[in-house]
Write a protein that binds this ligand. Structure first.
Ligand code: C5P
Length: 210
């Protein structure tokens, strides 16, 4: 049975005991991929950031909050899987310090943020020849050029590039492209999230069976 590690949802970076920085990722595509991969017969492990979604039954789920926690779990599991699908919306920054007490309200609060590690890039350095890594990227312009650069930088086999749809090059238009490391592009802009997830899993299946 082929093993897949799927990450989903946002990360959450603590500022103090009751405040944090996050992003609006719902985790939906990662949860759909989890459901469909299980139906297809894969052995699936889901690493999830905080979401309201319920994982499908019979799945091993590891809950994380911060990018640092996510990195630790991925690096622990990565050598054991055939495929990594990284849909998690990893926060690029975290507060330099986590305050132990609630920060008092004041006129102005300046937060110092530091870069989080690029987890997929670090995992990509450990990728074995027979493993498949898939990334997800949000872009507002130069979808293919930026996508191919990320495939190279992070040592990926596939990258799904999409846009937030409301600004940038393709204003108001949904753009979803699946790009592989050879530069082949499939336009999935007109498909539902479920169909996009199915398509990605078919590609993975084909590659793993080669
Ligand atoms: O560079 P960019 O954020 O566009 O790349 C997106 C891909 O990289 C996603 O698959 C995301 O999960 C992953 N990523 C990561 N660590 C980060 C930022 C993004 O693993 N700090």
């Amino acid at each position: 049975m082929k093993k897949i590690l799927i990450t989903a949802g946002p990360t959450r970076e603590r500022i103090d005991p009751i405040r944090f920085i996050t992003n609006p990722s719902t985790g939906r595509i990662g949860y759909l991929l989890t459901e469909l991969a299980k139906k297809k017969g894969f052995d699936v492990t889901l690493i999830s950031g905080p979401t309201f979604l319920k994982p499908p039954k019979g799945i091993k789920v590891i809950c994380i909050e911060s990018a640092k926690e996510l990195k630790k779990v991925i690096l622990r599991y990565i050598s054991q899987v055939d495929c990594l699908i990284m849909t998690a919306a990893v926060g690029d920054y975290r507060p330099l310090r986590i305050e132990q007490s609630k920060i008092k309200r004041k006129k102005e609060l300046i937060l110092s943020l530091i870069r989080n590690p690029d987890i997929l890039k670090e995992a990509g350095k450990k990728k074995r020849k027979n493993q498949i890594f898939v990334g997800f990227a949000l872009e507002t312009e130069n979808f293919v050029k930026n996508g191919l650069k990320k495939i190279k930088e992070k040592n990926l086999d596939f990258l799904l590039v999409n846009n937030p749809g409301f600004f940038g090059e393709a204003k108001g238009k949904k753009v979803v492209k699946l790009i592989d490391r050879k530069g082949e592009i499939v336009d999935l802009s007109l498909l539902s999230k479920r169909k996009i997830a199915k398509r990605i899993l078919n590609e993975i299946d084909n590659w793993l069976c080669k």
